[in-house]
Design a binder for this molecule. Structure first.
Ligand SMILES: Cc1cc2nc3c(=O)[nH]c(=O)nc-3n(C[C@H](O)[C@H](O)[C@H](O)COP(=O)(O)O)c2cc1C
Length: 281
C-alpha cells in the first residue's frame, strides 16, 4: 500500500516537472501558450481620463441645428474608427456605417428622415446599419487577420465551427427552433444560453452591438469638437431602398453630425432620479 502511494506520488511529481519544463521552453498546450511570461497581456493604462471623459459624455447633446462648417475628412474617419472599436458580441462586429455624401442621395435621405432639422442642417449623415447575416464573413476575418504569428487553437476552432453552431439557424430558422427546444429542456437542469435562436433574436443580437458602436461614434464627434443627433424618426423602407441594403440589414439609426449651432440644442437635459433606473441587489 505504502509502495503504491510512493509510486503515485513519484508519477505526479515527474508529471509536474515535465509540465514545468514544457512551460519553461515556452511550448504550448493545445496550441495555446500557457507560459505566462509569453502570453499576450495588456496592462491597464496608468493614467485615468475620468474628468475628460465626463466632460465629453456630459456635453453630448442631441443637436437639431448645425452650422455650415464641414467636418474634415480626417476627423470624420477618426470618429468612425473609434466607433469600429466598440465591443461586439463574439467580436462579430455586425455593424455598417454608410456615410451618405452624394448630394442626390443626401437629399433623398433627408426626405426619408422626415426633413427633420437635424438632418437638413447636418454636415454629414451616417446611416448605422446592423447585419444579422454577415457573421460568417466576419468570423473568417477573425481567423485570417489574427494579429499574432500563431493563431490560438481555441480561437480558430471557435471562428471556424463554434460560431456556426451558435449563429446558424438553418432554413426558416428550423435549426434555431430545435436549439431553442433543447436549450429549454437542458436549461431546467443547468444554465444554458437562451439564444439567439429566432429571427427576432438575431435582430436584437446585431442591434445591441451596433448601438454601442453608434454611441462611440457620437461621443467621438463630441470629443473632436463636433456634435450629433441620433434619428430613429425616419422611413426605414426608403432608407433601405436608397442604400440598396440586403434583406438581413436593419437600419438602427441615422446619425446627423456637424458643428453645433448656437441655438442647436432645443431643451435643457431632462433626466430623472437614479432610483428610477438603478438597483443594487
Ligand atoms: C434611438 C434613438 C432615436 C432617436 N431619434 C430621434 C429623432 O428621430 N429625432 C430627434 O430629434 N431626436 C432623436 N433622438 C434623440 C433623443 O430625443 C434624445 O437623445 C433625448 O431626448 C435625450 O436628449 P439628449 O440626447 O440631448 O441628452 C433619438 C435618440 C435615440 C437614442
Amino acid at each position: 500500500m505504502a509502495e503504491t502511494e510512493m509510486k503515485d506520488s513519484e508519477t505526479r511529481s515527474s508529471f509536474m516537472e515535465d509540465l514545468k519544463e514544457t512551460l519553461r521552453r515556452g511550448a504550448t498546450v493545445d496550441g495555446y501558450d500557457y507560459n505566462v511570461k509569453k502570453r499576450y497581456y495588456e496592462p491597464a493604462p496608468e493614467q485615468t481620463q475620468g474628468e475628460a471623459f465626463t466632460q465629453v459624455v456630459e456635453s453630448r447633446r442631441s443637436v437639431r441645428k448645425f452650422t455650415d462648417k464641414p467636418i474634415p475628412r480626417t476627423v470624420l474617419d477618426a470618429c468612425i474608427d473609434l466607433a469600429l472599436i466598440a465591443p461586439s458580441s463574439c467580436n462579430l462586429q455586425p455593424w455598417e456605417f454608410h456615410v451618405v455624401q452624394s448630394p442626390d442621395k443626401k437629399a433623398k435621405l433627408v426626405e426619408a428622415c422626415m426633413s427633420q432639422n437635424a438632418a437638413t442642417t447636418a454636415a454629414e449623415l451616417i446611416v448605422v446599419v446592423a447585419r444579422t447575416n454577415n457573421w460568417r464573413k466576419i468570423a473568417k476575418l477573425n481567423i485570417d487577420q489574427w494579429p499574432q504569428p500563431k493563431i490560438p487553437k481555441h480561437w480558430k476552432d471557435f471562428y471556424s465551427k463554434g460560431v456556426a453552431f451558435t449563429y446558424w439557424q438553418g432554413p426558416l430558422h428550423a435549426v434555431g427552433y430545435a436549439k431553442k427546444a433543447l436549450s429549454n429542456v437542458a436549461g431546467l437542469f443547468r444554465p444554458m444560453p437562451r439564444g439567439p435562436f429566432t429571427k427576432s433574436d438575431m435582430r436584437v443580437w446585431a442591434i445591441k452591438s451596433t448601438a454601442l458602436a453608434a454611441e462611440n461614434l457620437m461621443l467621438a464627434f463630441r470629443a473632436h469638437g463636433f456634435d450629433s443627433c441620433p434619428m430613429e424618426g425616419m422611413d426605414e423602407q426608403r432608407v433601405r431602398k436608397l442604400l440598396k441594403l440586403p434583406r438581413d440589414a436593419e437600419v438602427v439609426m441615422v446619425v446627423g453630425a456637424g458643428e453645433r449651432a448656437k441655438d442647436g440644442v432645443y431643451f435643457p437635459r431632462v433626466k430623472f432620479d437614479r432610483e428610477n433606473f438603478v438597483r443594487y441587489v
